[in-house]
Design a protein around this ligand. Structure first.
Ligand code: KIV
Ligand code: ZN
Length: 517
């Protein structure tokens, strides 16, 4: 595709909700997926891979609901090469205005022999059958050769040609295990372009994992060699070391058009918002020195750098913080701000709350403004995220009183509302967090194991809100809970309760199938 500027258009295919969700511990709730889907559409991604419908009822439901919600973006569902998988993907995509079925099978000798236990000819036939079946459901079909970078070149060319003949419009070359390097990967893409006779009938796509830290470099090398779709995730989330980070590939293309004359449809000023949303939902904190979205990505420490920056920003800045949506923390509202101003601010930040949620959020904002001298946009986002997260909960936090300090014992008096009735208890523990979590366990007995407890300050200053993430694991199911408050222990209790509520929802769903992609 060519755009008005004459630069080649690269399709951005986001797989945060599919490959990203395969990061251990990064499971997302349906409501959370819908919020991520909206953020991705606002960001301008072309294709959203919303899930793997055969893998679980939760994945099916996510693809179905995202398909109902979005009208602009193409919604994609993943399917292995098998009629049941493909039909289930098609069913989940039924409400979508624009849909794509993405079917895949492994093509490397290692995977075919040991994982699939199929001969090359059987795999070849499965490619033809699965693409044919997918084409009977929709026009837009993508086919992937899993472990493509470790596949035999002759076999790869043969199956790609057959997949295109069967109707695949996009051919995706995954570096499934993050094994390749840029020069080798660009040679592979070039080889495919030169040797597959009908390759002009399909868009070539790249899907790179980051096991050697080369996912972004490999993706860009693939584009330079002729690929026109990049599969990537927000914050580089994904199986093992993750996938190519969307924000990095997009900003590299935008910053260096002199050597990479390609365009994307990404509205880059929405990058930070999407990054924070995904980090908040998954509990995967972005490292400070992470390119583009890390807290230090635009911070200048050395005196000589600061001096240069004051004279000319270009001395040490290759892109502006505003171009990725980073603005100075702005003081937004004070304790005298009214409901109207609060609602208007929420709208500017992209939140539309129903009357009850707005009422609760406004009450919590007033409490916060009483406690905190300055309320920033980040505070409002944390507060509303916290409110939205809780809308259908069976267990609700009511109050907490903690005794802590060097002269033990540390104790917690906790009040929770469980299925509509308020219960209280007094518990002790090895420190105030332990006492608080013991109190929750006493009021709502369970066997989930605490896998992660993480505290992060929303803004600077000792009066900042604490944003706490709690990860719980029960019978192979992992959930992340979030909570925010100026009191770290209240935020901790809210976060634990949020994780428990998610676990209750997960218990009602079918267990995840043992399926890999
Ligand atoms: O990494 C991989 O091979 C995949 C495929 C399903 C595209 O995620
Ligand atoms: Zn992958």
């Amino acid at each position: 595709m060519t755009t008005s500027t004459g630069a080649d258009r690269v399709t951005i295919f986001d797989t945060t909700m599919r490959d990203g969700e395969q990061s251990p511990g990064a499971s997302m709730h349906l409501d959370e997926k819908l919020r991520i889907a909206e953020a991705l559409e606002a960001l301008g991604v072309d294709v959203i891979e919303a899930g793997f419908p055969i893998a679980s009822n939760g994945d099916f439901e996510a693809v179905f609901e995202v398909s109902k919600l979005l009208r602009e973006t193409t919604i994609c569902a993943l399917a292995r090469a098998g009629s049941k998988d493909v039909d289930r993907a098609a069913e989940a995509l039924r409400p979508a205005a624009r849909k794509r079925i993405h079917t895949f099978i492994a093509t490397s000798p290692l995977h075919m022999e040991h994982k699939l236990q199929m001969t090359a000819d059987e795999v070849h036939q499965a490619v033809i059958d699965s693409v044919n079946r997918a084409r009977n459901h929709c026009d837009d079909v993508e086919w992937s050769c899993e472990d493509g970078t470790r596949s035999d070149a002759d076999f790869l060319c043969r199956v790609i040609e057959s997949a295109i003949k069967a109707g695949a419009r996009t051919i995706n070359i995954p570096d499934t295990v993050g094994y390749t390097i840029p020069s080798e990967f660009s040679a592979l893409i070039e080889m495919i372009r030169n040797r597959v006779p009908n390759i002009d009938k399909a868009v070539l796509s790249v899907h790179c994992h980051n096991d050697l830290g080369l996912a972004v470099a490999n993706s860009l090398a693939g584009v330079a060699a002729g690929a026109r779709q990049i599969e990537c995730t927000i914050n580089g989330l994904g199986e093992r070391a993750g996938n190519a980070a969307l924000e990095e590939v997009v900003m590299a293309l935008k910053t260096r058009p002199d050597v990479m004359p390609y365009e994307t449809g990404i509205r880059t000023e929405n990058i930070m918002k999407a990054s924070r949303l995904v980090s908040g939902i998954t509990g995967f904190v972005v490292q400070n020195n992470k390119a583009i979205v890390g807290a230090n990505a635009f911070a200048h420490e050395a005196g000589i750098h600061q001096d240069g920056m004051l004279k000319h920003a270009g001395t040490y800045e290759i892109m502006s913080p505003e171009s990725v949506g980073l603005t100075q923390s702005s003081l937004v509202l004070g304790k005298h701000s009214g409901r109207h101003a609060f609602k208007k601010k929420l709208k500017e930040l992209g939140f539309e709350l129903g009357d009850n949620a707005l009422q609760d959020a406004f009450r919590r904002f007033k409490d916060l403004a009483d406690k905190k001298k300055e309320v920033f946009e980040e505070d409002i986002i944390a507060l509303v995220d916290d409110e939205v997260v809780r809308s259908n909960d069976r267990i609700r936090f009511v109050s907490l009183q903690v005794v802590c300090g060097s002269k033990g014992p540390q104790t917690a008096d906790l009040e929770l509302e469980i299925d509509g009735s308020v219960r209280t208890c007094h518990a002790t523990g090895d420190g105030p967090v332990d006492a608080t979590f013991n109190a929750i366990k006493e009021l709502f007995p369970h066997h989930a194991r605490l896998q992660l407890y993480q505290v992060h300050a929303v803004t600077a200053g000792t009066d900042a809100q604490a944003e706490v993430t709690v990860r719980l694991e029960e019978a192979g199911r992992t959930v992340n809970g979030q909570g925010a408050d100026t009191d770290t222990l209240v935020a901790s209790a809210r976060s634990y309760v949020n994780a428990l509520n998610k676990l209750l929802v997960k218990r009602e769903r079918a267990p995840p199938a043992a399926i890999s992609a």
